[in-house]
Write a new protein. Structure first.
Length: 667
C-alpha cells in the first residue's frame, strides 16, 4: 500500500470508528459486535504504525497517549461557569416562577426541564470542529486543563460533525452499572471500594496519567453552549438539539414546559424514573427557554436568575450511632463501620453502614453517640449522609483510627494511595481468614465446603497459617472441629485434593495479588502459561500482558519478590498444586455460537450452577460479565430472573432460555 492509498484507508477507518463510537456511547444503538470494533481499531493502529507521519491528533488511537503530567495548568473560561441556586420544594419553584415573571412582565415564559446528573462539571472548546481544550469548573472563572484526560472518554467526540468553534458545558459521570462492576472488580482484587460514582468520577479526572483515566468507565453529557462563533440560538431547546446534531451526547429525556405547573408535573415524572436511569441524579434543572430572556434576567454575584436546581428529597431516617468499629480486609485495609440503632429506611432495616475512611468521618464530623441521618445511596447502599448536631449533648466522642490492628494488635500505617490505614502484619488472623476464604472461593480454587465457619475455625485453632497449609489438613484434624463429622471432613479433604489440578488462572487469582481480579488472572495465565514465568517476569515484561498497566505490574512484581510469598508458593508446589496452564483458557473457541460474544447469566438454571454455566461459556469462547449493558450479546435467563431481565428488555437484548443455551453450546 502506497502513501496515498494509506491516507484514504486511514481516513475511512477513522470515520468508521467515530461513527461506531457515536452509535455506542451517544445513541446506545451499536450495530457491530465488540470483536468487529476491535478489528477496525487494530487495523487502524497497525496502519498508523507503518505510516506514523499520517497520524492525526483527532485519530481514535490518540485518545490515550503521551507521558503522565507533572501538574495541571490553569485555564480561564471564556464565560464564567456559575453555580445554580437550589430549591427542595414545589412552593419554592413557584416563587422562582413569580420572580421570573416579575422581572419579565407581560412576556411569554416557557421552561426547559433537564435531569441534574450527579457528576463533575466540565467545559470543552472546539475550534473548527476539533477538540482543543477541556477544563474543570474550578472556581467558576479558572479551572484545570484536563484535555488529555477528557480525550480518553469515548463518548466525547474529538471531531464534531460540523467545523464550528464553540465552548460547550457538560458533566462527566460514571454509569451506575459500571460503578457497581468497578467495585466488584476492586473487591476481587483486594482493593478498597470506591465511595460513590460522583466522587470516583471526580478523582479519575484528577489523575495525572491519562492511561489510568482511560481504565475508568467514564461517560459524559452536554447541555449548554457558553460561547460560539458564527452560530446563534434563540432557545435552550434549540441548543440541546444542536449539540446532539454536532455529535455530542445529550440528555435523552428532557421537556419543554409551557408553565411552572407543567415543570412540577415533569419533575415528579422524572423522579419516578430515577431508579431506572443509567446514571445517578440529584434532581432536575429548570431553565427559562428563551435565551434573549436570559440576558434580561441577568445574574446575581453567584448564580443566574434564569435557572434553578430542583433537588429531590430521598427517604431518610434519623438514628443513633452507637459505635464505630473497624473491619480488617483481606489486604489489611482498616475500614470504619457505623454500628447503628436499627432503623427502617426505604424498605429494609439498617443497623450497619460503611464510613469508608478516616477522611470521610472528619469531613462530616461524625462522632460516636451522634444522632445521624441515614439514606440509601442510589436507593440501594446504606449511607450516613449527615449529623444532627442540634441533638448533641456534649457526651459524644471524636473517633480516632486505632494505632494498632484491632484483630492482631500489629502495627498499622496510612496508605497514601488509598487514603486508608493498613495492618502491616501479614499473619493477622483477620487478613488470614479472608485470604484463605478468597483462595477457597468459587471464583478462585473452588474448594467446596470451605465456608466462613470452617475457615474461622482453621485459623483460630492455628491449623493453617497460610493458604498452602490447606493441603496438609487431615480428616482427623477436621473431624475434631465443631459441626464437622468424619464424612464431611472426608469430603472437604477430597475436594482440597481435587483443587490441585485447577486451571492456572484460578491459582493466580487465589493468591490474592493486589490489583489482580479474576479477569486479570485469566489474562496473565493466557500470556505466561506458567506461574514460574509470571513470578520471574520484570515490570516491563508484565506490561506486555493484555490490560496490565504499570500499577498492576508493580504490584505483581512486588508480590513475587516477597520472600514470604515465595515460601508459600514453594509449599504449594511441594503439595502438588499445578503451576502450569493445560490450555490457553481465555482464547475464544474456533467455532461456535458463543465465540466472541458477551454473555450474562441471571436466575436459577436446572442443569448448571451459575459458575458452571459461566465456565461453560468461557470454554465456548464467550466473555462472561455480571452486569447487563448495551455491550451484552445474550442474556441467559433461568427461573426467578430479576432486574437484569427487565433491563435487557429495555435495551432490546437477545435473551436465551436454558434449553436454547444448552442447544447453542452443542453447536
Amino acid at each position: 500500500m502506497n502513501r496515498t492509498e494509506a491516507q484514504k484507508k486511514l481516513a475511512n477507518l477513522r470515520e468508521q470508528i467515530r461513527r461506531h463510537d457515536h452509535l455506542y456511547y451517544v445513541e446506545a444503538q451499536p450495530n457491530i459486535s465488540d470483536r468487529e470494533y476491535d478489528k477496525l481499531y487494530a487495523e487502524l493502529k497497525e496502519l498508523e504504525s507503518k505510516f506514523p507521519d499520517l497520524v492525526t491528533p483527532d485519530s481514535p488511537t490518540q485518545r490515550v497517549g503521551g507521558q503522565p503530567l507533572k501538574e495541571f495548568k490553569s485555564v480561564r473560561h471564556a464565560v464564567p461557569m456559575m453555580s445554580l441556586d437550589n430549591t427542595y420544594s414545589v412552593e419554592e419553584l413557584r416563587v422562582f416562577d413569580n420572580r421570573v415573571r416579575r422581572l419579565l412582565p407581560d412576556e411569554k415564559i416557557e421552561y426547559v426541564l433537564e435531569p441534574k446528573i450527579d457528576g463533575v462539571s466540565i467545559s470543552i472548546r472546539y475550534e473548527n470542529g476539533k477538540f482543543t481544550l477541556g477544563a474543570t469548573r474550578g472556581d467558576g472563572t479558572t479551572g484545570d486543563d484536563i484535555t488529555a484526560n477528557l480525550k480518553t472518554i469515548k463518548a466525547i467526540p474529538l471531531t464534531l460533525t460540523k467545523p464550528v468553534t464553540l465552548e460547550v458545558r457538560g458533566e462527566v459521570y460514571i454509569p451506575v452499572a459500571e460503578f457497581e462492576k468497578l467495585n466488584k472488580e476492586r473487591e476481587k482484587a483486594g482493593e478498597p471500594l470506591f465511595q460513590n460514582p460522583r466522587n470516583t468520577a471526580a478523582g479519575s479526572l484528577k489523575q495525572l496519567d491519562p492511561a489510568t483515566v482511560a481504565q475508568r468507565p467514564l461517560n459524559a453529557v452536554f447541555y449548554a453552549v457558553a460561547a460560539a462563533e458564527g452560530v446563534k440560538f434563540k432557545k435552550q431547546s434549540e441548543v440541546l438539539d444542536a449539540l446532539k446534531k454536532l455529535g455530542l451526547p445529550t440528555h435523552r429525556q428532557w421537556w419543554v414546559c409551557k408553565d411552572i405547573e407543567e415543570v412540577i408535573k415533569r419533575a415528579e415524572e422524572l423522579q419516578k424514573l430515577e431508579a431506572k436511569l443509567p446514571f445517578e441524579i440529584d434532581g432536575a434543572v429548570v431553565k427559562v427557554n428563551g435565551l434573549a430572556q436570559w440576558e434580561r434576567l441577568g445574574s446575581t454575584s453567584k448564580a443566574p436568575r434564569f435557572a434553578i436546581a430542583y433537588k429531590y428529597s430521598h427517604e431518610q431516617a434519623q438514628t443513633k450511632l452507637n459505635d464505630i468499629t473497624i473491619q480488617v480486609g483481606r489486604t489489611g485495609i482498616l475500614t470504619p463501620v457505623a454500628e447503628l440503632e436499627p432503623v427502617f429506611v426505604a424498605g429494609s432495616t439498617i443497623s450497619r453502614a460503611t464510613l469508608h475512611n478516616e477522611e470521610e468521618i472528619k469531613r462530616k464530623d461524625i462522632r460516636i453517640g451522634d444522632t445521624v441521618i441515614i439514606e440509601k445511596a442510589g436507593q440501594v447502599i446504606p449511607a450516613v449522609v449527615g449529623v444532627v448536631k442540634e441533638k448533641r449533648t456534649g457526651k459524644e466522642k471524636i473517633f480516632k483510627m486505632p494505632t494498632k490492628c484491632p484483630v492482631c494488635g500489629g502495627p498499622v500505617h496510612r496508605d497514601p494511595e488509598f487514603v486508608a490505614w493498613r495492618c502491616e502484619n501479614i499473619a493477622c488472623p483477620a487478613q488470614l481468614k479472608r485470604t484463605i476464604g478468597h483462595f477457597a472461593s468459587r471464583a478462585a480454587m473452588d474448594i467446596e465446603g470451605m465456608g466462613e465457619v470452617l475457615v474461622n475455625q482453621l485459623v483460630d485453632n492455628k491449623l493453617v497459617r497460610d493458604v498452602a497449609d490447606i493441603y496438609s489438613l487431615t480428616v482427623e484434624q477436621l473431624a475434631d472441629l465443631e459441626r464437622m463429622a468424619e464424612k464431611s471432613a472426608t469430603n472437604v479433604v477430597n475436594t482440597i485434593a481435587e483443587s490441585k489440578n485447577r486451571e492456572l488462572w484460578r491459582l493466580i487469582h487465589g493468591l490474592g495479588i493486589l490489583h489482580v481480579g479474576e479477569g486479570g488472572a485469566r489474562k496473565l495465565a493466557d500470556h505466561f502459561h506458567d506461574l514460574d514465568k509470571l513470578a520471574s517476569a520484570s515490570i516491563e515484561e508484565l506490561q506486555q500482558a493484555e490490560d496490565v498497566g504499570p500499577v498492576m505490574a508493580e504490584s505483581i512484581h512486588d508480590f513475587f519478590q516477597n520472600p514470604r510469598n515465595q515460601a508459600v508458593i514453594e509449599k504449594l508446589r511441594k503439595a502438588g498444586v499445578r503451576m502450569k496452564a493445560s490450555r490457553r483458557s481465555g482464547l475464544p473457541a474456533a467455532t461456535g455460537s458463543f465465540a466472541g460474544k458477551t454473555v450474562v447469566v441471571t436466575g436459577t438454571l436446572k442443569k448448571f450452577s451459575r459458575d458452571e454455566a459461566k465456565e461453560a461459556l468461557r470454554k465456548a469462547g464467550a466473555t462472561v460479565t455480571d452486569s447487563v449493558s448495551k455491550k451484552t450479546d445474550y442474556l441467559i435467563v433461568g427461573e426467578d430472573a430479576g432486574s437484569k431481565l427487565d433491563k435487557a428488555g429495555k435495551l432490546g437484548l437477545k435473551t436465551l432460555s436454558e434449553v436454547e443455551f444448552v442447544k447453542m453450546l452443542g453447536q
